[in-house]
Design a protein around this ligand. Sequence first.
Ligand SMILES: Cc1cc2nc3c(=O)[nH]c(=O)nc-3n(C[C@H](O)[C@H](O)[C@H](O)COP(=O)(O)OP(=O)(O)OC[C@H]3O[C@@H](n4cnc5c(N)ncnc54)[C@H](O)[C@@H]3O)c2cc1C
Length: 461
Amino acid sequence: MAETVDVVVIGMGPGGEEVAGRLAEAGLAVVGVDRRLLGGECPYYGCIPSKMIIRGSNALAEGRRASILAGHAAVEPDFAPVAKRIRDEATDNWDDKVAVDRFEAKGGRFIRGHGRLTGPGSVTVTVRGTGERIELAARRAVVLNTGTDPAVPPIPGLAGSPYWTNRDILTVEKAPESLIVLGGGAIGCELAQAFARFGTRVSVVGSAPRLLNYEEPESGALIEAAFAEDGIEVHNNANVTSVSYGDGFTLNFDGGEVEAQHLLVATGRRTTLDQLGLDTIGLDPKARALDPDEHLRVAEGVWAVGDITGKGAFTHMSMYQATIAIRDILGEPGHGAEYHAVPRVTFTDPEVGSVGITEAQARDRGYEVETKKFNFSVLAKANIVGEDGIIKVVAEKGGGPVLGVHMIRPHVTELVAEASLIYNWEATAGDLAALIHPHPTLSEALGEVFLSLAGKPLHSM
Ligand SMILES: Cc1cc2nc3c(=O)[nH]c(=O)nc-3n(C[C@H](O)[C@H](O)[C@H](O)COP(=O)(O)OP(=O)(O)OC[C@H]3O[C@@H](n4cnc5c(N)ncnc54)[C@H](O)[C@@H]3O)c2cc1C
């Protein structure tokens, strides 16, 4: 006999946790189900531990620049404080008790197990550890937030080897002596550089023509220059043919091979929709992503948020969608989801922050395009060792709307929110240029690039 509740949330990543917690606070009977840790990838194996490593690695880089800026500093990397911070401050040793208590204090009930739809409004949970089956009937909503697993390509020799994914490398106690990073996207680049600065000998092998290939070419080029300074070997356009593991890893690709003690597979993410019983509600279990409507509904009484919607694999996307789904489930009016201004952030050094489309994407979509670039080094504040970079704005020719804002420089991820205003506020370049940007701050660069786009004279710096 199924137990009737108001809402079942399957997968408690950032968006699922938000939906479940807020609906429980609203007085609904909510069951949250997660087969691993309440909170999902971000706090335990993603954003937070990776940024703790990056924080440490940037401190090392700053220390190494001290001799140019401020005198002598001897820098000796030690991964132990980072591992301790990840264990104690970020993940509670990969224990979600605090998150479970927080959810239960809001009135929710948490079940650790695998959730699966068995029909409209029906969910079966197989409890982790005991295998017990709990049947749930959701009166009001089922919300799916099952996220992604690391995608592992079918390279001969890889499957049987002890390769790492993000879930392994973010739990290490020591920086490895050497590391191959397979994949030149955001996760691969962030971790490659962070470990290189802790003394790991790193090679990055990617199949794309450049690092961070979905960003502007200028961003990939500046990251490659930074990687060269960090002593990272980069192989782009690599067709990887095999992996072998003996004393360490050897990765073979057309025209070369690299060797290292460890191999990190960072070749993207894959959903696990085939494990969700989607066919029982008329959806395709073989789909790569779900395609929700603007209120995040994917079927009658079923909502989906987060990475499984394929709208941008970011915690901020999961949270944005969660807010809209919560409103819809509670029957409150509000705007539907829009995806034209999704901020993208990569926490390499220099950072990459962007919103909208690239110049090449704009041309492919048939726009007549105008671009403006502004070099941060012109700014008084930015003329500092190790802190150069550019802003590139892509707009429709002849005073048309801004289509993309692309920034690369340390700390630019903090400027992305202002860049995204231009979309959400429907502002023109002239409107943004007219804002007062405080001096000396990086935000002045946005003011200057919009002045230039509006055809007005730049300030003398
Ligand atoms: C190394 C790394 C760094 C990252 N850095 C950033 C960053 O800096 N900024 C950023 O915005 N994003 C970052 N991300 C992405 C971010 O972690 C995800 O976008 C974010 O976690 C949102 O995912 P989600 O809400 O879809 O769910 P997830 O966090 O993927 O969680 C899904 C949950 O569902 C559970 N689950 C799956 N199937 C079932 C089932 N059938 N039954 C029960 N439970 C199930 C899983 O156990 C998991 O806990 C990073 C990711 C990685 C891997």
